[in-house]
Write a protein that binds this ligand. Structure first.
Ligand code: BDR
Ligand code: CA
Length: 308
């Protein structure tokens, strides 16, 4: 059986590549995509997602989620993803409608439908997932596993110790970390190595399909933007998280106790991972410490090249 998946995202350039490759993976079935505010405002993340899914020729439902973090104003990442979240990439406008139910209701619906087998993947701020757990606490045992792109054992990309998705909505992330739902945190310790570089992009450039052309367009934007900041390649934070559902061996890591700080100029949104095992608290998450970059690149390439 294909792994039933709901993807919650804030599309976003790397979210878009996660969607493009995830939809092409025969090991998982993305049953719905839900949107949240993050990289850009909700109106953009939602429209980007719908346009993308439609352009790629899938009729997967897209449902709209929350426009603001639990208690804070939204902080976007337009400097990374461009004004509307897709950089320079212009997608044809879809005339399909969003799902008539909200993101929260759609995740609940799909969790019940999958009867305990649902794999929920969250690659944006955890606002929708926190609302889901507050609104429908009975959903928790129906989620087989939750994979989160977020946090870091060491370092950060927003402050010296916070990663964007968790920085944007720390209260939501803390609530999710304490939910008791089995969870994997795909942190910067892994995702910063998940890069796609020029050699692979040039190989993809020779492929004359709608999917490959779009992938190259997004990758080109990301690589060019990153180069201005001295970073080589396009970083597939969200692609790695989603790929790991189909190929868990992409991730290196261990079970740890993880919590989220919600206070401090530089530490609000910091994931604290008890690597030294000094708290005595039970492990509540699998947390990544690294990844297999060659295997990941091969998986990404296969998903972009295949005819799915
Ligand atoms: C995360 O932040 C967003 O900008 C990306 O889409 C990814 O989910 C990386 O820190
Ligand atoms: Ca994202």
């Amino acid at each position: 059986m294909r792994i039933p998946v709901v993807l919650d995202c804030d599309t976003g350039t790397d979210d878009a590549l996660a969607i493009l490759t995830g939809l092409a993976c025969s090991d998982m079935e993305i049953r719905a995509i839900t949107t949240v505010a993050g990289n850009v405002e909700l109106k953009y993340t939602s429209v980007n997602t719908l346009n993308l899914v439609d352009h790629l020729g899938y009729d997967v439902p897209v449902a709209v989620g929350k426009s603001e973090p639990l208690i804070r104003p939204l902080h976007t990442a337009k400097e990374v993803h461009g004004e509307n979240g897709m950089g320079d990439v212009v997608l044809p406008i879809s005339n399909r409608a969003f799902d008539s139910e909200s993101a929260i209701d759609v995740i609940y619906r799909e969790a019940k439908k999958a009867e305990g087998d649902l794999h929920l993947v969250a690659v944006g701020p955890l606002t929708n997932i926190a609302h889901l757990f507050m609104t429908y606490p009975d959903v928790k045992p129906l989620i087989k596993h939750l994979t989160i792109m977020g946090g870091a054992i060491d370092g950060g990309n927003m402050t010296p110790s916070t990663e964007f998705n968790i920085h944007v909505d720390p209260e939501a992330a803390k609530l999710v970390s304490e939910s008791g739902v089995p969870q994997t945190w795909v942190t910067l310790d892994a995702t910063l190595s998940a890069t796609i570089e020029d050699t692979m992009i040039d190989e993809l450039r020779t492929i004359d399909t709608k999917k490959a052309k779009l992938a190259v367009e997004i990758l080109d934007y990301m690589v060019t933007r990153n180069r201005r900041f001295g970073i080589e390649g396009a970083v597939m934070h969200d692609g790695l998280a989603l790929a790991s559902v189909a190929v868990p061996s992409l991730l290196k890591g261990d079970d740890f106790y993880l919590t989220v700080e919600t206070k401090g100029e530089f530490t609000s949104g910091k994931t604290v991972v008890d690597v030294a095992r000094v708290t005595g608290k039970p492990n509540n998450a699998f947390v990544t410490t690294g990844m297999d970059v060659e295997k990941f690149r091969a998986w990404m390439k296969e998903m972009i090249v295949n005819e799915a």
